[in-house]
Design a protein around this ligand. Structure first.
Ligand code: IVH
Length: 687
């Protein structure tokens, strides 16, 4: 290798490693395995040793204890089930809804009771388990049912005790929030900016990102803080919530003293008014007040809805606002062709971060807000990272300032924009020719949650601009020669790219379906739809009514899926992707258990001794196909507990056999064989 080649390879490696460390630590979305990362790091170390003249103090090989250190721990956390589901709280921004909450409680309980009012801490939820006074487990919320085991990281949070004292119960759970105080947040972001790294958008993201770092030493340096506010009633027995928290504090646990027992709505309102102002003096972020019925007996009487307790409500403070002028408006075209106006603002500080851009949502919103060019506007941060414009300060409008004209043609390809009656957005209809849309679709397809192919914006741009790629299937046709001809690409980068394409061929069907980018089919819908139909062929054959049977699929989504598959070009693309070996059915995923159901199309109805998803997976693992609706092609209906009467009727009409769960199980090889290996049982439980 010549000096020149070494120099350019060193630069390439440094940038790949730095970019991946950023994806890994900041976005929690690394694009390469530990192994690949380590290989590249070793290659860089060797080159720097051979060519010491190119060594540099900020090379990733020199950064010890920084974000670039992968640490010895595995990249992924072990997931564990919560003993009691981690629910969320009913939220409101209106005092009248708090009044209604209190009136409902009065009516249901019909006796005197108290409220415990607390701050709503704005961090990331955590669930701690103590056994014999020792911290034994810390789980994140996860999906509420299963969380990430972050015990080792929680041990490094300064105010979480490892050992309790006093009269603690033998074993209990306590829940709360991990926060990053403003001082630690500012310090962390300063360091990140100095290191040319993306700062965190807010303390909440910084707290959750830090809790999920893989190196506990790193977590220890992040200055996280914990405050605990809930002991599940099943965990220990106290007369009131307030007593439970007082007891927890006496065992050494961090419990906020900023809470108050209130007896009526007026006292609740006084608590809210006090903290709406006073919270600005707290060292960490809070976003509201939580009002809980204090007596445990009454909490039990009120119980829970599927999502949240009926004995508590969160009143959220209005988001902070900033006033700043609009400098210009950009019109962005998304992958679906939707045009979104985005305002470029005079940079302004808002809740600890600088805001430069804000979404104007759509044309109606521009009109509703009555935006004129150069207007001073109020910006707020909603749940999204991109802030929203909420109002115009009319007193500062320039006389004669014109109303901005919404473009009539696509800012990218010049095609006249269209707006359907029931749509709030203008669309560029040129879905096959508009570069922004095509690139957006490709980027969606390669995304981490979709096919996870090593192609970010820059690569997609390159491939598109050279005319190499127009549709996802083109990616799989790329030759090594084409790839190595790309500017900045070497054989190694081409091979890495091709390896990621090969790997993507085992990405499960549900993610392939998501990757296709059908409108209204997000990650979750793709999952339910994939499991419901089992294969792309069954999905293509489905009518709108069949689609509507899928939970979460409403009329609009059903129509969108149905129409997607009526487009020849989409069917052709799917055929090409199929030919490349992508997963278009659940059938071939995971190890098959037998072919006892080969050629059988099964419809299931009702509930079983295992979950419905597990039952469908079981059918597939024995070679059968799942279908959502009864037709002449159905081999049998597998009827569990409370099967749908419509389905039973249809079976009778079409003479389709109905099997009980027991009869069905008898069709399968001996159950000992069915669950022959632990591996297959594990695979099943993944569904
Ligand atoms: S009680 C069963 N108390 O806000 C309900 N939650 O938006 C247990 N939160 O899920 C939660 N401060 O992550 C409770 N004082 C507080 C809280 C609090 C913040 C979080 C928590 C909850 C979310 C709901």
């Amino acid at each position: 290798m010549t000096r020149e080649e070494a120099n350019s390879r060193i630069a390439e490696l440094r940038s790949i490693l730095e970019e991946n460390a950023r994806l890994y630590y900041v976005e929690n979305s690394p694009r390469m395995s530990d192994y690949e990362y380590d290989q590249l790091m070793h290659e860089l170390e060797a080159l720097e040793a051979d060519f010491p003249e190119f060594a540099s103090p900020d090379s990733p090989t020199r950064k010890v204890g920084s974000d670039l250190e992968t640490g010895a721990v595995s990249r992924e956390f072990v997931q564990r089930p919560h003993r009691y589901p981690m629910l969320s709280l009913g939220n409101t921004y209106s005092i009248s809804e708090v009044e209604e909450f209190s009136a409902r409680a009065d009516k249901t309980l019909n006796t005197s009771f108290t409220y415990c009012c607390e701050l709503k801490f704005d961090g990331t939820a955590i669930c701690l388990t103590y056994r014999h006074g020792r911290l034994v487990q810390a789980l994140t919320r996860g999906d509420g049912v299963v969380g990430d085991d972050v015990t080792e990281n929680a041990r490094r949070i300064a105010n979480i005790p490892q050992q309790l004292h006093g009269d603690y119960p033998e074993e209990f759970e306590i829940r709360g929030e991990v926060l990053m105080p403003y001082a630690a947040f500012d310090h962390l972001n300063e360091l990140r900016v100095l290191d040319d790294e993306q700062p965190f958008a807010n303390p909440r993201n910084a707290a959750s990102g830090s809790l999920k770092l893989l190196n506990p030493d790193e977590v220890a340096q992040r200055g996280l803080w914990c405050t605990l506010y809930h002991i599940p009633a099943q965990s220990i027995d106290f007369e009131s919530h307030d007593q439970a928290l007082t007891a927890a504090a006496s065992w050494g646990l961090p419990v906020s003293t900023d809470r108050r027992i209130c007896r009526n709505i007026d006292e609740i309102k006084a608590f809210i008014d006090h903290w709406d102002v006073e919270r600005k003096n707290l060292p960490y972020a809070t976003d509201g007040v939580v009002i809980k019925i204090n007596e445990m007996a009454y909490q039990r009487m009120l119980g829970y809805t599927a999502k949240s307790p009926r004995w508590a409500v969160a009143y959220k403070f209005k988001a902070e606002q900033a006033l700043t002028p609009i400098l210009s408006i950009d019109y962005q075209v998304g992958r679906t062709g939707a045009v979104t106006p985005v305002a470029n603002l005079e940079p302004v500080l808002l809740s600890g971060t600088i805001v430069k851009r804000a979404t104007l949502v759509n044309e109606d919103q521009i009109r509703a807000l009555d935006i004129h060019e150069g207007d001073y506007v109020y910006v707020e941060k909603g749940g999204e990272i991109i802030p929203k414009i909420t109002a115009v300060e009319l007193s500062r409008r320039r006389p004669g300032a014109p109303v901005p004209g919404f473009p009539t043609v696509c800012p990218d390809c010049g095609t006249p924009l269209v707006r359907q009656e029931d749509e709030a957005k203008w669309f560029c209809p040129n879905s096959d020719g508009c570069p922004m849309q095509i690139k957006g679709e490709l980027l969606h397809f390669t995304g981490r949650k979709a096919m996870d192919i090593l192609a970010g914006e820059a690569t997609v741009d390159q491939l598109y601009n050279l005319g190499f790629v127009r549709t996802p299937a083109d990616l799989y046709d790329l030759t090594l020669r084409q790839l190595t001809s790309l500017e900045g690409w070497k054989e190694k980068s081409a091979i890495r790219f091709r390896t990621s394409l090969d790997k993507s061929k085992s990405v499960p069907f549900e993610r392939v379906l998501f990757a296709l980018g059908i409108r209204y089919v997000g990650e979750t819908t793709a999952k339910t739809v994939a499991r419901h139909f089992g294969s792309i062929d069954a999905l293509i054959a489905a009518g709108e009514d069949d689609l509507k049977e899928v939970p979460d699929v409403g009329d609009v989504c059903a129509r969108s899926i149905y129409e997607y598959f009526r487009d020849e070009r989409h069917l052709l693309e799917i055929e090409r992707l199929k030919a490349h070996g992508l997963q278009f059915s659940l059938e071939h995923q995971g190890g098959a258990l037998s072919n006892a159901l080969e050629g059988k199309t099964v419809v299931i109805s009702g509930t079983f001794s295992i979950s419905r998803d597990d039952m469908k997976a079981l059918i597939e693992k024995h070679g059968g196909k799942n279908s959502g609706s009864i037709s002449g092609k159905t081999s049998f209906l597998l009827a569990g507990n409370k099967p749908g009467p419509e389905k039973l009727k249809k079976c009778e009409e079409l003479n389709v056999p109905v099997l009980s769960e027991e009869a069905f199980m008898a069709l399968l090889p001996e159950s000992a064989d069915t669950f022959a290996s632990e591996e297959s049982v594990e695979q099943l439980s993944l569904f």
